[in-house]
Design a binder for this molecule. Structure first.
Ligand code: NAD
Length: 297
């Protein structure tokens, strides 16, 4: 018997910290997924998990939907706006959803390039970290044509919980930048409060519980507060990625002529962390910047 409206197949590009759990959730929800990652070590891991992988971009092109989640703007441009990328293999009618956090301007440019080939494009960056990717509870901020968004909802609902249509192409990235400005500021505020408490010999665990119940509470305090107290540098979301996002927000602010002094301060603190080789450590490792500045251990 013929199955009515079978789920579309998905070509997936980039199976890193975020991509791999997203792929697993899509498969769990009944989608067929073919994955390409440039790193052969990742491909081996996919094979071990019985996830269908391919070793070149061309082999993922022949799918109704293409999802990408890559580190930075340049990586996404390499795939969707250079001759060595995937575009010449994509068919008209394909829907490309890029879920990386990249420049809003670049997302709009990529959309225009693809539109010339009658390929639809959404910028759909995510928030919620690796935990959100594992639990399929990501927030997804989508820019592009509303009609394309509606056609993609089934897929987005398989990997996220809070799916927001943000507006025109590039607006997903703008919303994500705003998210990252607040993420950086909240981590900075938490590290600052903890640094003061520590200098006075206060009980950090007690402080954390107190602040969770007060008007100072934040997602960062709830999810990363213990890591700061326990000096756990583990990386879900790396300092390098946070720095990249703050840079994107700064560039957008500059383009728009919008002074964002808080963002400049947080950016400087993250640069200090990177200069001390914290780039590969988790976002919360900003506490070490405060330890250095106040000469505390
Ligand atoms: P990651 O480095 O773990 O994964 C990226 C993957 O892309 C890697 O496996 C890499 O090999 C692959 N890749 C790079 N270039 C490629 C190419 N040209 N073709 C195919 N594969 C390629 O990064 P991540 O943590 O998964 O983050 C991905 C994106 O999601 C970033 O833009 C990041 O800012 C965003 N993000 C990450 C988190 C998080 O908590 N890690 C949270 C929200 C958003």
């Amino acid at each position: 018997m013929k199955v009515k409206n079978p789920k579309p197949t998905i070509g997936f590009i980039g199976a890193g910290n975020m991509g791999l759990p997203m792929v697993k959730n899509l498969i769990k929800k009944g989608f067929q997924v073919k994955v390409y990652d440039i790193n052969p070590k990742i491909t081996k891991r996919l094979d071990k998990d019985n996830i269908k992988s391919v070793n070149n971009l061309r082999a993922v092109a022949n799918n109704k939907f293409i999802i990408s989640i890559l580190p930075d703007t340049q990586d996404v441009e390499n795939v969707f706006s250079t001759d060595s990328g995937i575009n010449s293999y994509l068919k008209p009618g394909t829907i490309v959803i890029d879920m990386s956090t990249i420049s809003a301007t670049s997302a709009s440019e990529i959309g225009k390039i693809l539109q010339k080939q009658q390929i639809e494009f959404l910028d759909a960056p995510v928030s919620g970290g690796v935990k959100g990717a594992l639990n399929a509870s990501l927030s997804i901020m989508v820019g592009g044509k509303k009609d394309t968004y509606k056609k993609s909802l089934d897929i987005l609902n398989a990997i996220g919980e809070n799916i927001i249509y943000a507006g025109r192409l590039g607006m997903g990235q703008v919303f994500k930048m705003c998210n990252q400005i607040m993420v950086g500021s909240h981590i900075q505020a938490m590290c600052e409060a903890f640094a003061l408490c520590k200098s006075k010999g206060g009980d950090l665990k007690l402080l954390k519980e107190t602040l969770i119940g007060s008007s100072a509470n934040s997602w960062m305090l709830e999810n990363l507060g213990n890591d700061v107290i326990d000096k756990n540098e583990h990386a879900g979301f790396r300092i390098d990625l946070q720095l990249k996002d703050l840079k994107l927000a700064s560039e957008a602010a500059f383009e728009g002529g919008v002074p964002l002094p808080g963002l400049s301060l947080v950016l400087a603190l993250y640069l200090e962390a990177k200069a001390h080789n914290e780039g590969k450590n988790g976002n919360q490792s900003l506490f070490k910047t405060y330890d250095r500045m106040s000469n505390q251990k």
